[in-house]
Design a protein around this ligand. Structure first.
Ligand code: SAH
Length: 353
């Protein structure tokens, strides 16, 4: 297919915000075509600018526990990995990091962790209530995995604003290869629809280049995003972790990941789309490239320095030894040089624009 024919598909995706599965596959197969990628980046950047201007929203990420009861085959925090030194932050430590974050200009805190049964609903609610009382102008985002509808409702009533739960892959067969038998794609998708129904701003998403993933399964991921229509979408490359069953497989590709970010931006023009840490880990220019393809969120690490290396999801995670303040300052300057603003605002999803 000529690049002009492929460009027509991109035009149509921008206009109609949807494509057939076979058409997504055709585009994905051509991701290495530099002219096509350049056109996609140009369109995706323009759509992002029309929706949110040149703002890049910064979220302070607090990795509050690395205990996990699950055994996902790709993740370094999996239960079977006995070499991880496990830690938990208490409510006071979490509040302390948010105090620092608030002073640095963050207006969103993302509490992410493994699925740690120590954090019962009562304990999580207590933390959410304390954060919302201390920082009423800030959004609280949770990323704590699969729970019951009742639990999600309790977090929402306590004041949590957003929830990140990547669907990981929308292809049931592929899901089965990445997860142990007791986990199911059906349950994960149930969680996402319930979270949305409850009123959270919801983030779904997936890894690019996980072992055995095909263009057809990536097309399923795009179709799933289309169906769920989440407010946020986290799409980052797979990076092998040596202490997992998938540790010997190659990492995903930067070029394919950013190409997919561009497609997501055209499909969901107002989605909040992070330039992920995994992308920055894989490629020093990765996050910059993501911005070129329509990303508009970054999540600098606000965890205490001494726990960062223990939140070891994948190999080589960046900024492990960097003070939040100096790192943030450098990031903001860099973004300014690239022509982006970093407003001190919550950066909520815009329902209308
Ligand atoms: N327990 C929470 C948080 C998971 S960690 C939850 O279930 O949502 C956040 C994300 O890191 C995961 O959703 C997954 O997509 C990503 N991740 C895990 N292992 C990875 C790896 N080896 N390479 C790249 N991304 C990975």
């Amino acid at each position: 297919m000529t690049v002009n024919t492929l460009r027509l598909l991109i035009d149509r995706l921008e206009r109609e915000r949807q494509l057939e599965k076979s058409e997504f596959i055709t585009l994905l197969e051509a991701y290495q075509n530099p002219e096509l990628a350049a056109s996609l980046a140009q369109r995706a950047g323009a759509v992002r600018d029309a929706a949110y201007g040149r703002a890049v929203f910064l979220r302070g990420l607090i990795e509050f526990t690395n205990f996990c009861k699950n055994d996902c085959l790709y993740c370094g925090l999996r239960h079977s990995n006995r070499e991880v030194e496990r830690y938990r932050l208490g409510p006071e430590e979490i509040l302390e990091r948010c105090r620092l974050g608030r002073a640095l200009g963050f207006r969103t805190f993302v509490l992410q962790g493994g699925e740690d049964p120590y954090y019962t609903d009562e304990r999580l609610v207590e933390i959410i209530v304390a954060l919302k009382a201390a920082f009423p102008d800030c959004a609280v985002t949770l990323s704590v995995g699969e729970k019951s509808r009742e639990s999600y409702e309790r977090y929402f009533r306590a004041g949590a604003d957003r929830f990140l739960l990547r669907h990981e892959t929308a292809d049931p067969e592929h899901y089965g290869k990445l997860h142990p038998p007791e986990m199911s794609l059906t349950n994960r998708q149930r969680c996402l629809f319930e979270l949305k129904d409850i009123g959270f701003q919801v983030g779904a998403g997936f890894m690019v280049g996980s072992p055995g993933q095909s263009f057809a399964s990536l097309a399923d991921d795009l179709l799933f995003l289309q169906k769920l229509s989440p407010q946020m979408a986290g799409v980052g490359p797979f990076i092998p972790h040596p202490r997992t069953p998938l540790g010997a497989y190659p990492a995903g590709s930067t070029e394919l990941t950013v190409f997919i970010l561009g497609l997501v931006r055209l499909m969901l023009p107002r989605v909040l789309l992070p330039a992920t840490t995994a992308l920055g880990t894989l490629d020093p220019q990765g996050r910059e490239k993501a911005l070129n393809f329509g990303a508009n969120v970054m999540m600098p690490n606000l965890s205490p320095l001494e726990v960062r290396s223990k939140y070891d999801i994948y190999t080589g995670k960046i900024h492990l030894d960097e003070e939040a303040a100096e790192g943030l300052d450098r990031l903001k300057k860099h973004l300014a040089q690239l022509g982006y603003e970093t407003p001190e605002s919550r950066g909520d999803f815009k329902a209308f624009c």
